[in-house]
Design a protein around this ligand. Structure first.
Ligand SMILES: [Zn+2]
Length: 224
């Protein structure tokens, strides 16, 4: 049985409210970082078409929270649900803060959570190197639209829409591709354009150029 507010002495109410607030705060603070395993190329979930979200609720919000934690822990710019093994149409993108020459923050970090994202307009074209948490160690030059408009729903099912350009537009195109089973390595003109950016083993004593040449046919096949 719970006492109603009127039945409690004022001080007790204050204490109860304070302790409730502290409890909530500590829950917030104590929430463990839910870092999930990131699927890498070769795992079938990355190649399937993800399903649309029809019902919104705590399970979607929890999925989004896990995705944000996983993306941040991996130092990623974006993440799609299939990358943590969940074939649902959900993406998260977090753009970094921008600073001017004196180090003043001119733009804060921005978080985008999109369920059922659809790119409804695209224009321009630019080629730039991109990488993917599911294709660790490689980057490749990919042509993407420069400007896009994306619409979808947030984690609670509310309609959202964003106009994006350059890096953010690229991130939206890369992440929505994941929902259709497409990886950036499918969009490079040729697999020769893939570049190895991480040594395979520390202390191997090879230069970056030599490493690039070590992308063997077998490795390329495994990536695709
Ligand atoms: Zn990716």
């Amino acid at each position: 049985m719970r006492a109603s507010r009127e039945e409690l002495p004022t001080r007790a109410v204050a204490c109860a409210l304070t302790s409730r607030r502290l409890e909530l705060e500590s829950i917030e603070v104590r929430r463990p970082v839910a870092q999930r395993e990131i699927m890498v190329a070769g795992q079938p979930v990355l190649r399937q078409k993800s399903k649309r979200i029809k019902t919104f609720g705590p399970s979607i919000e929890s999925l989004v929270a896990d995705m944000v934690d996983t993306m941040r822990a991996a130092d990623g710019l974006g993440l799609a649900a299939p990358q943590i093994g969940v074939p649902l149409r959900v993406i998260v993108i977090e753009t970094p803060a921008e600073h001017d020459e004196e180090g003043n923050e001119v733009k804060t970090t921005q978080m985008y959570v999109y369920c059922n994202p659809e790119i409804i307009a695209a224009s321009g074209e630019e080629e730039d190197e991109e990488g993917c948490l599911s294709v660790p160690g490689y980057v490749g030059a990919v042509k993407r639209a420069t400007n896009i408009t994306v619409k979808g729903q947030d984690a609670k099912g509310r309609q959202v829409r964003t106009k994006a350009e350059a890096l953010l537009a690229r991130a939206f195109q890369h992440e929505t591709d994941h929902l259709d089973g497409i990886l950036f390595i499918d969009r490079v003109d040729s697999l020769e354009k893939l570049r190895l950016v991480k040594p395979k083993a520390e202390g191997a004593g090879t230069s970056r150029d030599e490493e690039s040449e070590q992308v063997t046919i077998q490795q390329r096949r495994r990536l695709a």
